[in-house]
Design a protein around this ligand. Structure first.
Ligand code: URA
Length: 440
């Protein structure tokens, strides 16, 4: 390990054997934590070549079980976000994709730092079970074409180890480390199609379009080299997606979209992602795929898929049919605009942090989340506001957290004199043939 650290520290390239030695040693705990941390920091500082990143990804994917979905019918698809605030698109895209005949057998994660996680969100549905046996998971997919469960302990143990280490030594924001972390889990999950939603902006790991494109290209190259149809969309995370942040609040908003209502950005991003999944699954031209996705939403078929999955996994689908039935938080605080003007900034990262303070996320790994806590935005980027007008409602069970949360929320919002330039929702599409930038 000493030699490996020295080599990487000086900008050298690790061999395949060295990478496998490192990953195996991390999983088997034969390498001291200090040396694991040192090599990760050397990689953070020096980067890795495409070959090293691919070999690291494969070594990580092979560190535990690899899912075999071949006994399931249809094209198995997966959509994965690199992490955002208010991003509930999986709850729309999963049902939508299965309503168009694609097979969605998806393992999702919990919230991480200021970003939310699909499993925490789903657990706010009364009775819904995210811990399934493999048999239950496969039965759910066969029955509904859709099942969502938490990651099992046996999948990619190397990532659990390395991610926790990166988190405490400040080495998360590295393109090769993020790419190998995400793609090792995607390869181990065993789907035929991988669609990556790479978030870009203040609330994302990637702050610039150039970095987001580089991360997307790295991940697409790894997926394609492993024989999976892989693409990425680069989407905006300079402000939260939709109006709702927090577990039950986000499920309710996703349900609204499935009912044909809900915020335009959540609806549009979900349709884009669903159409792209259809395209990658070989279901025709992009225009035709978009039409099919829109029809699955309009007809209510996607809503029915969501309800069917909820019932199969033990949940009460009445809250999906009527989202107003979700329990309400006991403490409600309206945040008022301090001046007249326009919202010119809504820092997603800080707003995600406020929702964690209110109880929607965790400070420590073992903490429980409060399903009803979170934020309902009333205004977003570009909206005009008058002094004293409500810009957001904070919801929590923690009376003592609300004053500080309000202060922090206000510091995350910038009000200017002039309306800001509009910002696109989707910046670019990255495929094996290159990058297509949209109206940036
Ligand atoms: N999400 C992951 O799964 N891994 C990372 O490294 C970053 C985001």
């Amino acid at each position: 390990m000493y030699d490996l650290i020295t080599k990487k520290k000086r900008g050298g390239e690790l061999t395949k054997e060295e990478i496998y030695y490192f990953i195996t040693g991390c999983v088997e705990n034969t390498i001291p934590n200090e040396q694991q941390a040192a090599l990760l920091m050397a990689i953070w500082a020096q980067g890795m070549t495409d070959r090293e990143t691919t070999e690291m990804t494969l070594a990580m994917a092979e560190s535990g079980d690899m899912m075999d979905l071949s006994s399931l019918p249809g094209v198995k698809v997966d959509k994965h976000s690199t992490g955002g605030v208010g991003d509930k698109t999986t709850l729309v895209v999963g049902p939508l994709a299965s309503a168009t005949g694609l097979t969605v057998a998806k393992m999702s994660g919990r919230g991480l730092g200021h970003t939310g996680g699909t499993i925490d969100k789903l657990e706010s549905i009364p009775g819904f079970r995210t811990s399934l046996t493999m048999e239950e998971f496969f039965d759910g997919v066969r029955k509904n074409g859709l099942a969502l469960m938490g990651q099992t302990g046996e999948l990619v143990p190397a990532d659990k180890k390395l991610y926790a280490m990166r988190d405490i030594i400040s080495a998360v924001d590295s393109i090769p480390l993020i790419a190998s972390s995400i793609m090792s889990k995607k390869l181990a999950a065993g789907t035929d199609v991988i669609l990556l939603d790479v978030k870009m902006g203040s609330g994302a790991f990637m702050k610039t379009l150039e970095d987001a494109e580089k991360l997307a290209q790295t991940m697409v190259a790894i997926g394609e080299a492993a024989g999976k149809r892989t693409e990425a969309l680069i989407t905006d995370m300079n402000q939260p997606l939709g109006f709702a942040i927090g577990n039950a609040l986000e499920v309710a908003e996703a349900a609204e979209v499935l009912h044909g209502n809900g915020p335009e950005d959540v609806r549009e991003e979900s349709l884009m992602l669903s159409a792209e999944l259809l395209y990658l699954a070989g279901r025709g031209h992009r225009d035709e795929c978009r039409r099919v996705a829109e029809e699955a939403l309009r007809s209510g078929k996607a809503l029915e898929k969501f309800c069917a999955m909820v019932r199969t996994q033990g949940g009460d689908d009445s809250v999906i049919r009527d989202p107003s039935r979700f329990a309400r938080a006991p403490v409600v605080r309206e945040v008022l605009a301090p001046r007249d003007g326009y919202i010119v900034g809504m820092a997603a990262e800080y707003i995600g942090g406020v929702s964690v303070m209110l109880g929607a996320g965790r400070d420590d790994l073992g903490d429980a989340v409060d399903p009803v806590a979170g934020i309902l935005l009333k205004k977003k980027y570009g909206d005009g506001v008058e002094r004293g007008e409500v810009i957001a409602t904070l919801l929590t069970s923690k009376e003592d957290a609300v004053a500080e949360a309000e202060k922090r929320f206000l510091s995350a919002v910038t009000i200017g004199d002039e309306p800001p330039a509009p910002r696109p929702l989707i910046y670019a599409r990255v495929g094996k043939d290159g990058v297509v930038r949209f109206d940036v």
